[in-house]
Design a protein around this ligand. Structure first.
Ligand SMILES: Cc1cc2nc3c(=O)[nH]c(=O)nc-3n(C[C@H](O)[C@H](O)[C@H](O)COP(=O)(O)OP(=O)(O)OC[C@H]3O[C@@H](n4cnc5c(N)ncnc54)[C@H](O)[C@@H]3O)c2cc1C
Length: 553
């Protein structure tokens, strides 16, 4: 935890050293003492400390200084730190200035120089002021502070990235937070593009891309080795399970993830059907455990890196990344999962990220407090999202195209939803238009049992309809089904015989694709079950076939 700061300002070096020494003796354990030697230097320091997210508990400033007088310094400094206590060091002749400062600036105290002995003339005054400050001020937030516009899609993408990587951040809305406006004021010229991120070391990023943030917070984005036994594309449950098994069994293993580990499971507010967790666990908790386990076995995880191509040159495979880098491996597992199909309705595309989200944007819970929310879809993922947002929203409307949710949703979720008074289910209903100027405001819906369209208020809409596999990047290199899911093992058989013969009469292993040594696991596989447990099972199992394949080359 960072210590709060006592900042001194005095141009006379001897006095400055003496006051610093006395403060250190008495307060050094609980406070950081920062000494400055002019008003302008002090103001610069104050701005820098604000950017770092430090807290100033007390200003102790001399009145007579050549560049800026003590009261002038305080006038500017309290605009940045309004809660800091203010003490002026004065000579007899400055009494009038001090009294004026009590009235105009809320000066807490003025001390006549010299202050000896400090036990009598300095510490009692400061003890009172610091105690008072402590009771009225919370501990500082030490993570990233992010100033942005609530409904801006770029801000949303960054919040989602930080949340899903378990990186603590504080969201400050420029339209409603005074703190946000203050941070932008001290950012300097020109006014930064939003979102604006301030890190605890004082550095900042203006409208950064995900990759820049990943690098700044110390996530690995560059591979360390020239060759890996196993590269896994995708860090969802399937990819992470394969990583744990691969590395624990001695394979040099690397995972490449375009966003954040966890995949779809990371979006789940509560997974209740995963073996061994009788009261359920959140997707982020499962992910955190899996990532820790994988790293303990020495797995490298590249974040914010998208795989865009694959080249197989016999036993060696080259994985191409979007940033132009290439990785080389002896075997490859594709565990890229699926994402939700796009909702085709007027206005949806324009407002995506500005109130409209695909999947459960868990980071948006606070932003829908007391508002109306719509959930599109009738499967378990939609049901979980309805339960999650019902904790924040005034009303949650589940818009379901089918006749009921009983065929698409687990009974335990249906029971929970029926027992939640602020969730209503509208079956036989479709969205015809999303309406809003800068963000979603309302939805035009069409209920099959009613002739006319209706308009309902909605501050946010979360979409959970059908799945599209993440396989575009593969082109025609691997055999896929008509919907793009990857074929593997026996799926490639015709009349009991594989269409693919990998030499030595070998047919593809289970989970092996049409390219020898390239495997597939989880939701992206043709015929997969689309559950966390099955993705984990396939990922774990794939490693056994990877070993068998490696023994053939
Ligand atoms: C909201 C929600 C709730 C759910 N709840 C449950 C539940 O309660 N119980 C249950 O059993 N199942 C649940 N599911 C389903 C379950 O999460 C999935 O079946 C499971 O996550 C599939 O795992 P996967 O590893 O195959 O793929 P995914 O989880 O989809 O992970 C794939 C990963 O690959 C990455 N990726 C994709 N393309 C690339 C690329 N080109 N380069 C690099 N990385 C890439 C993606 O960013 C992603 O992180 C839920 C799903 C959702 C969305």
């Amino acid at each position: 935890m960072k210590k709060p700061i006592i900042l001194t300002v005095d141009d006379e070096i001897e006095v400055s050293n003496a006051i610093e020494r006395d403060l250190r003796v008495q307060y050094g354990k609980d406070y950081k003492i920062i000494k400055t030697n002019s008003g302008s230097e002090a103001l610069e320091t104050v701005r820098e400390l604000k950017k770092r997210g430090d807290q100033i508990a007390l200003f102790l400033t001399d009145q007579r200084m050549p560049d800026i007088e003590g009261t002038e310094f305080l006038e500017d400094a309290i605009k940045i730190y309004p809660n800091a206590r203010k003490v002026l060091l004065t000579a007899y002749a400055d009494t009038n200035a001090a009294i004026a400062a009590i009235n105009n600036l809320g000066l807490d105290h003025y001390l006549m120089k010299p202050w000896d002995p400090p036990e009598e003339r300095l510490y009692p005054v400061l003890n009172d002021l610091l105690n008072e400050w402590r009771t009225n001020n919370r501990d500082p937030f030490e993570g990233i502070r992010m100033v942005g516009i609530q409904w801006d899609p770029v801000s949303y993408r960054i919040k989602d990235f930080l949340a899903r990587n378990n990186i603590p951040y504080q969201w400050l809305d420029i339209e409603t937070s005074k703190e946000a406006q203050k941070l932008i004021e001290i950012a300097g010229e020109p006014t930064p593009d939003l979102p604006y991120l301030l890190f605890s070391d004082g550095s900042t990023l203006s409208k950064p891309d995900i990759r820049e943030i990943a690098e700044r917070v110390g996530l690995q984005t560059i591979a360390k080795k020239p060759l890996y036994d196993l590269i896994i594309v995708g860090a969802g449950p399937a990819g992470l399970a394969a990583a744990v098994y691969g590395a624990s069994e001695g394979l040099k293993t690397l995972v490449v993830e375009q966003q954040a580990p966890g995949g779809q499971a990371g979006m789940s507010s509560r997974i209740e059907n995963y073996l061994g967790f009788p009261v359920g666990l959140s997707g982020s908790e499962l992910t955190h455990r899996a990532v820790t386990q994988a790293r303990r076995f020495g797995v490298e995880i590249l974040s914010a890196q998208k795989v865009v191509g694959l080249e197989a040159n016999g036993p060696s495979k080259t994985v191409k990344l979007q940033d132009g880098n290439e990785l080389i491996c002896r075997s490859l597992l594709i565990a890229t999962g699926v994402s939700y199909r796009k909702l085709e309705a007027k206005g949806v595309e324009a407002l995506t990220g500005a109130g409209i989200y695909y999947g459960a944007a868990l980071s948006e819970g606070e932003s829908v407090k007391g508002k109306d929310v719509a959930i599109i879809g009738g499967a378990n993922s939609a049901g979980q999202a309805a339960m999650y947002f019902s904790r924040f929203a005034k009303n949650v409307t589940m818009i379901v195209r089918g006749e009921s949710i009983s065929t698409s949703m687990s009974q335990y979720l249906i029971d929970q939803i029926e027992g939640t008074p602020n969730i209503r289910i509208w079956p036989n209903t479709e969205i015809s238009e999303a309406i809003g100027t800068n963000r979603l405001e309302c939805l035009k819906i069409h209920r099959k049992d009613k002739k006319q369209e209706e308009t309902i208020p909605a501050s946010a809409m979360f979409i959970f309809i059908g799945a599209t596999p993440h396989t575009d990047w593969l082109g025609s290199q691997l055999a896929r089904d008509p919907n793009g899911f990857i074929l593997s093992g026996p799926d490639m058989n015709t009349n009991g015989h594989s269409q693919y013969n990998f030499g030595d009469e070998r047919v593809p292993f289970m989970l092996e694709t049409s390219l020898p040594g390239v495997f597939v696991a989880g939701d992206v596989r043709h015929g997969s079950v689309k559950r966390v447990a099955s993705a984990v099972g396939e990922g774990s199992m794939s490693v056994m076939f990877v070993h068998r394949y490696l023994s053939t080359i």
